[in-house]
Design a protein around this ligand. Structure first.
Ligand code: MIC
Ligand code: SF4
Length: 637
């Protein structure tokens, strides 16, 4: 049967029930647990073609432990032989697709936006740090075989509309669960008019619809991009085979796309900018892995030319390459003369690290997520838009599409200037016997005991639909600096939804967590799982669980359960005593398990669909004990 491009790439990497990635990626936040896991599992060394360690998220240096943690990561890179990007070099996804992505590769990354690499005709899959630790050692990664959804693009974007507007339009249509379990494969005549940078924006935003990954074919645009980067030799044409069959097709006529913005709370609350002109942000942020390319930032600057911003406006370039290019072609000066504040090249405000708005503030950002609290301020209201809308709105003080300020046709050719010769940003380490620089902020990784015969305990927390990992582990510098200290970090879990949860859960001993649809959507932050494990959560019973979090739960020995009938969640209240008796025996009989609600004398049915490997990992108490035991027994992970 003819294969989709996704199937071709997956087939080339398939190996005994999993996939062997060519490259792995971690960053300063996710890399800490990944390397702590790498050490705890006593993995032999790096076995992939390239393992990357980027320092991009927390560049504030607000706590001495941040620098100490970065020193640990760098020492891991040196000891085990990784490619290291120092602070200020840029955002992992931006640097990766510019410098390292090659058509046909598989990248496994400890970050949910790893799929950005799909712009170059390869697959990037986000997962938790424990999975990446195993992958770094050259072993397989495991994720459910994805469905492949064709996103067929026709026509061409109008000069006044951007790839971000198109990606938001799609997201608005699909919803945050629309691509769960699927890879979005872009096809159709509209594809050839999109540059790799525009494709990167589409692939990046696929994560917001829950996609396992997203990708474009490798074609003349890919070749032109790689040639500009001085990497023509990396080009290889790749496309779906003629007659490839997709699970589903979604169509988008690019010519119909108009400037769009996502309204606060969830990135799929998308509306045309023209309907939102009453929105008056007090802060505008331009940049991020979604819109941090030279193409986006030069066009956004062109909107500012000869004008001044009326609102506090911050710019963070995707990388130093982008910053240097903006400087060379005069756009940096335009930003500065317009009154824009320049931040380090990195993530920063995108996830609450610095530039937190005042309580209740309305902010506008060219980033990709706007879950409650995402800006670091629990009740700030965040709108998401493209880079050109961001600068146009910064000038007028209210949500404005760029065509209100200039004829978008004037932007033809802007952003297409060639890149500068690349700066030597990376340290390519070969394994050396140097000691690891472990600061006092790094505490031992808690490991769970194997589950008992029954899972029994009260419901420590009952949640609604769409809870994100930003709700579970608040994206604020003071919480994020606790990442290598699970006992301390756990005290902040669910801080804005239920600040008493950590104390209550700990006091309960073992407990169940009950949630609604798409539980733990968003980031790959595995602290959302290990933190709950530390507080005694033994099982999560939800209507649906995001792919990455589900895997993280198993990796830390927590059983993910789905209501057989979603209406049953109304049968459970916080504090109810639940029991899943003889859990192993029940699982032996099949995925349907019986849970007793002892407080209300009711039975609830749930599904525990575990692969044989997942079951073994869960029974061992998580991935660290599972891999350690197998390594002692001489087997591969
Ligand atoms: C995010 O955008 O939420 C992050 C911060 O990049 C996370 C990574 C993390 O929290 O470790 C992600 O997307 O996975
Ligand atoms: Fe960084 Fe934001 Fe991209 Fe996450 S979404 S990698 S925090 S820029």
């Amino acid at each position: 049967m003819s294969k989709t491009l996704t199937e071709q790439i997956l087939d080339q990497h398939r190996s005994s029930g999993g996939y062997c990635p060519d490259h792995t990626l971690v960053h300063d936040l996710s890399g800490l647990l990944a390397f702590m896991g790498f050490e705890a599992m006593d993995l032999p060394g790096i076995g992939v073609e390239k393992a990357f360690v980027f320092t991009d998220h927390d560049l504030t240096g607000m706590s001495p432990s941040t620098a100490a943690d970065q020193a640990y990561l760098r020492s891991c890179a040196r000891r085990f032989g990784a490619v290291y990007a120092p602070p200020g070099s840029g955002i992992c996804h931006s640097l990766y697709y510019h410098r390292f992505a090659r058509p046909g590769l598989l990248l496994a990354g400890a970050d949910s936006h790893t799929a950005t690499a799909g712009a170059v005709g390869m697959l990037g899959v986000g997962m938790g740090g424990m999975d990446i630790a195993v992958a770094m050692s050259g072993d397989r990664v495991h994720f459910p075989s994805p469905k492949v959804v064709e996103v067929r693009l026709t026509g061409a974007l109008r000069p006044g509309a951007s790839a971000k507007d198109a990606a938001l339009t799609l997201l608005g249509r699909l919803g945050v669960k629309g691509l769960l379990g699927a890879v979005a494969e872009y096809t159709g005549p509209g594809v050839e008019g999109l540059s790799v940078h525009q494709r990167a924006t589409f692939c990046n935003m696929g994560a917001e619809a829950g996609a396992t990954s997203s990708l474009f074919p490798s074609d003349s645009q890919t070749l032109a991009f790689l040639r500009q980067q001085g990497r023509e030799g990396d080009y290889r044409p790749m496309a779906p085979e003629a007659g490839a069959v997709y699970d589903r097709t979604i169509s988008l006529e690019l010519g119909e796309v108009e400037p769009a913005a996502a309204c606060p709370g969830q990135p799929d609350r998308v509306r045309p900018v023209r309907e939102l002109s009453g929105v008056r942000p007090v802060q505008v942020v331009i940049g991020s892995c979604t819109n941090g390319s030279y193409f986006d930032l030069a066009r956004a600057a062109a909107v500012l030319q000869g004008r001044r911003v009326a609102v506090d406006t911050l710019l963070a370039c995707g990388s130093r390459d982008v910053l240097r290019q903006l400087e060379r072609y005069g756009w940096l000066r335009v930003y500065l003369e317009a009154g824009v504040r320049l931040l380090d090249c990195g993530c920063g405000p995108c996830m609450g690290i610095g530039q937190m708005p005042r309580p209740g503030a309305v902010v506008l950002r060219s980033t990709n997520r706007n879950y409650p609290g995402r800006s670091g301020t629990a009740d700030a209201e965040m709108y998401l838009c493209g880079a050109e809308t961001a600068t146009a709105s910064a000038v007028t003080g209210h949500l404005t599409a760029m065509e209100a300020l200039l004829d978008p046709a004037a932007l033809a050719g802007v952003g297409l200037e060639p890149p500068l010769p690349p700066e030597d940003l990376f340290q390519v380490y070969h394994p050396t016997d140097v000691p690891l620089e472990r600061g006092s902020s790094i505490k031992p990784l808690p490991v769970k005991a194997p589950p008992g015969a029954d899972i029994a305990g009260p419901v420590s927390l009952k949640l609604g639909d769409g809870v994100s990992t930003d709700d579970i582990v608040p994206p604020r510098a003071e919480v994020l600096t606790l990442r290598p200290n699970i006992p301390a970090l756990s005290a902040h879990l669910f801080a804005s939804l239920d600040p008493d949860f950590p104390r209550r859960a700990k006091a309960m001993g073992t407990s169940f967590l009950v949630a609604g649809e798409n539980y733990a959507q968003g980031s790959s932050r595995e602290h959302a799982a290990i933190g709950c494990m530390y507080l005694g959560v033994e099982a999560v019973l939800a209507c649906s669980i995001h792919r990455i979090h589900r895997a993280n739960l198993i990796n830390f020995g927590i059983l993910p359960l789905l209501f057989a009938d979603s209406a049953d969640r109304d049968q459970i209240e916080a504090g109810d005593e639940l029991c899943l008796p003889s859990v192993r025996a029940q699982l032996d009989q099949g995925p349907l398990v019986r849970i007793e609600n002892r407080s209300h004398r009711r039975t609830i049915w749930a599904r525990a669909e575990l692969t044989a490997r997942e079951r073994a990992v869960w029974e061992a108490g998580g991935l660290v004990p599972y891999v350690s035991q197998r390594r002692k027994g001489g087997a591969a992970g």
